[in-house]
Design a protein around this ligand. Sequence first.
Ligand code: NAD
Length: 481
Amino acid sequence: MSVSHDKLFIGGDWVSPSSAARIAVRNASTEEPIGEAPEAAEADVDAAVAAARRAFDDPSGWSQWEPTQRGAAMERLASELEARAQEIGRLVSEQNGMPIALSPLIEGMTPVGTLRYMVSLLAGSPVEEEAARFLGGDLIIRHEPVGVVGGIVPWNYPQTLSSFKYAPALAAGCTIVLKPSPETVLDSYVFAEAVLAAGIPPGVINIVPGGRDIGAYLVQHRDVDKIAFTGSTAAGRQIAEVCGRLLRPVSLELGGKSAAIILDDADLDLATIGQNLFAATLVNNGQTCYAGTRILAPRSRYDEVVDIFAAFASSLPVGDALDPGTLIGPLVSERQRDRVERYIAKGTSDGARLVTGGGRPAGLDKGWFVQPTIFADVDNRSTIAQEEIFGPVLSVIEYTDTDDAIRIANDSDYGLGGSVWTTDPARARAVVRRVRTGTMGINNYLPDPAGPWGGVKASGIGRELGPGAIAAYQQLKTVYA
Ligand code: NAD
């Protein structure tokens, strides 16, 4: 079934777009057209930013509401999204290939949890704090919303990553213009319906779907006060340059090439750890920024680790993202599959050993599928170990001792995720302390709203989520009382 949207969600209403440009979306599993929507033009971004500005500047509006009042509206939005979790999950699966076994939970429910976490933080987030002056007398410290936020997100977790931006922004009292990727525009319409149904005031959330040009236009818009970006490191650098010139606050959640460090005492029984291993490495068909795509294996158990990963990868059911039995769906687009296939060819030509996968799965003639692929004997300095592939491709890299494993883990431009696999909690902690990364899992990897989220080095600047999430959307004002 194909849907055709004619309007944009701006200023709390469905408005006609200013241009006739359209975004066409195809089902990643079947290549069939599944929907269309208007592509926002610069005039639409102007309208969205103006609506967000009006909503922000309203003297009795969102930014001036009591935190508890905002919290109640956010809880209504959480409930409306919860009611739509299945529908959102299905749309995301159709568009980007995320298996339906995961998408209602991940894409449907993570935003609900993120909103509720931010509401829980609001209870302990005073707008004004009275403090004593150090040199005598009184001070008031005000936590004021930063203003109009531009939120730009990629296609791999469109609803989850949007919520990492709008949930803390809304809690802080900001208003927001969200720019979804063209690959995943359809789910943003369900999100907009939830915003309307929840009674979020007009202009507090606005949506301008489009590509990189419209994103760049939003970044430099003179009425935007902060940019919150998730996407590739290349785009992040461009955005950081613009924001640097404008002195505009920006948060950057960028790419990754995380290490999964298997210690020599790890329990590698797939019956026990298979599910956690999947979450840490191949979830969402490898289209995951934090995926542990470098498997660091001790020399003493190297062959065993390679065999286990080969068995693991080849056991994962590959198929239509809407089939409940599927664990590996297609990639988001033909362009993305081409890119992944080029990396697989490069791995082989650079001398890595292809252990399993490497091609397109048999019997799936339509859809942008790539088999789960394991390379062994990979040099950590080679292209497939250094660059983000963003598909179901893992490299097993040998290390000699724990120091060597940590050296290899840190020998990367990126630092977003990572995991350590061991039966010894003390060894796990010792490794975690030494890996230069923003997040790390012990015998698993599962992000949570209470944990600050973000990376170091080329993986970005700033943190989303966690106890400081709302503060990232506020400015402090000191009043010498
Ligand atoms: P991308 O950088 O090409 O696009 C991301 C978004 O930014 C899209 O909406 C795009 O239209 C927009 N965009 C691109 N260039 C822009 C520019 N110069 N100015 C303004 N907007 C611009 O990335 P992608 O291919 O859509 O997504 C995959 C990337 O996202 C991967 O590198 C992945 O690691 C990263 N990612 C990071 C995280 C994280 O939390 N760190 C999470 C998910 C994905």
